[in-house]
Design a protein around this ligand. Structure first.
Ligand SMILES: *Cc1c(COP(=O)(O)O)cnc(C)c1O
Length: 422
């Protein structure tokens, strides 16, 4: 019976399937190598009646973030054809990514939010004498576990929940003096939000002081590539853990992310991760397709250049701006947010006394159109949002997630809606 050893063992393994195909049946309908051919692939969006959109917004989670480049899609489809050992895939993908991203160690996570949880879990469970039991105890049985995470008040954000999943408490600081005094016997980690718009303490000072107290520092840079070099900038700067979202600027699978950093901490994060069942990370499974997709996305992203990407995004923005030329009071400019989503965006500003439609109404009209277009959610926003300087007279077009040819479609629809309101 070859690799199964005995017929009895084979029957146990295959269970009820024997009744379907029978032992020794040749071409079984369950043969994993016989996937559907591309030309017969069903369009499940159509089948389900789900509207396909043109993404003129950006890498927003609610809009499914990004489209994987063709090489990544192909790698995912190929990975789907074969089972592997999950731990071996996790380990070898991590080693490959660590080499390419010039850090000690790496783990593919179920998005950046999952990396925040696993990295925090690593710091909490590592700080005890007996690592194994503490993995089991977070987040509900925290007695005897250290659980304080220091953060700048201006760095508190909605992703705090990903850290709180580990049973931690935040200790907020504002000044350098606060920070130096905040370290106690209970401190496990110092957290930094890379794209925070406030905060007095710099990255370098944040790291230096934490390391004086032997406390690891985590930097959440989820939405902060490009530039490509950010992928190694922060680990080289001294951050012990850094996360990036896989499905945003790198255009990997939406449910993929990177946890990069110190070898001992990545190992501790791995101990808190699936496939191990009694862990905080069990519900954050990354399937083989997404692990391979993340690796392929890194290969794709590292084959790009910052200049090449920037030029292409500017070309798209200019193409849309040209189409809107001549509409009264309207002016266009290209703006690059400073940290997160650091790519050219098109800002379109006009006088609503002359063009009688608000940016929010324009966004709604484009959403209702065919094809349905989503503009950047900062459109018509009263206050600056995510580094974008908007106001109630401004339309924001995020061009970087457009697929080839879609810039022309967005331009045409914008022109039509705006000129109809003159
Ligand atoms: C998007 C984002 C996350 C979450 O990333 P996912 O990959 O969607 O889990 C975390 N932190 C910040 C700052 C983000 O922008």
């Amino acid at each position: 019976m070859g690799q199964f050893g005995s017929r009895r063992e084979f029957l146990q393994w295959s269970g009820g399937m024997v009744a379907l195909g029978g032992v020794g049946a040749t071409a079984s309908p369950l043969d994993a190598a016989e996937g559907p051919r591309d030309d017969v692939a069903m369009d499940y969006y159509e089948k389900l009646g789900v509207t396909k959109i043109i993404n003129a917004a950006g890498t927003y989670t609610i809009l499914t973030a990004s489209i994987m480049p063709p090489s990544v899609q192909a790698a995912v489809a190929k990975a789907a054809k074969h089972p592997v050992r999950l731990l071996e895939l996790q380990q070898k993908a991590g080693e490959y990514l660590a080499r390419r991203l010039q850090c000690e160690a790496a783990l593919v996570t179920d998005g950046a939010a999952s990396a925040l949880t696993l990295g925090t879990a690593a710091c909490v469970t590592r700080a005890t004498k007996d690592n194994q039991p503490s993995v089991v105890h977070i987040p509900t049985d925290m007695a005897g576990l250290k659980n304080e995470v220091i953060v700048q008040k201006a760095h508190r954000y909605e992703y705090d929940h990903a850290l709180r999943n580990c049973g931690i408490k935040f200790v907020e600081v504002v000044t350098m003096d606060d920070y130096q005094k905040a370290f106690t016997e209970q401190t496990v980690m110092a957290h930094f939000f890379n794209a925070a718009e406030g905060g007095q303490i710099s990255r370098e000072d944040w790291i230096r002081v934490a390391h004086q107290h032997n406390v690891p520092c985590f930097n959440d840079a989820a939405a902060d590539v490009p530039p490509i070099s950010r992928l190694w900038e922060y680990t080289k700067m001294g951050f012990d853990l850094v996360t990036f979202s896989g499905g945003k600027g790198m255009r990997g699978p939406q449910n993929s992310g990177l946890l990069l950093g110190r070898k001992d901490l990545i190992q501790a994060a791995t101990d808190n991760n699936n496939p191990f069942s009694n862990t905080v990370g069990r519900g954050m499974k990354v399937a083989k397709e997404q692990i391979v997709g993340m690796v392929a996305a890194i290969d794709w992203f590292l084959s790009q250049t910052d200049e090449g990407m920037e030029k292409e995004f500017e070309r798209r923005a200019n193409r849309i701006a040209r189409e809107l030329d001549g509409i009264p009071t309207l002016n266009c400019r290209i703006f690059v947010p400073p940290v997160a989503n650091h790519v050219p965006h098109l800002l379109i500003r006009y006088d609503q006394a002359r063009i009688k439609i608000s940016p929010r109404e324009v966004a709604e009209k484009l959403r209702q159109g065919n094809p349905s277009i989503e503009l950047n959610p900062a459109t018509g926003s009263d206050s600056a949002s995510a580094g974008l300087p908007t106001d109630r007279n401004t339309i924001v077009v995020g061009v970087w997630m457009l697929e080839p040819g879609e810039d022309a479609i967005v331009a045409r629809h914008l022109r039509e809606v705006l000129t109809n309101a003159v």
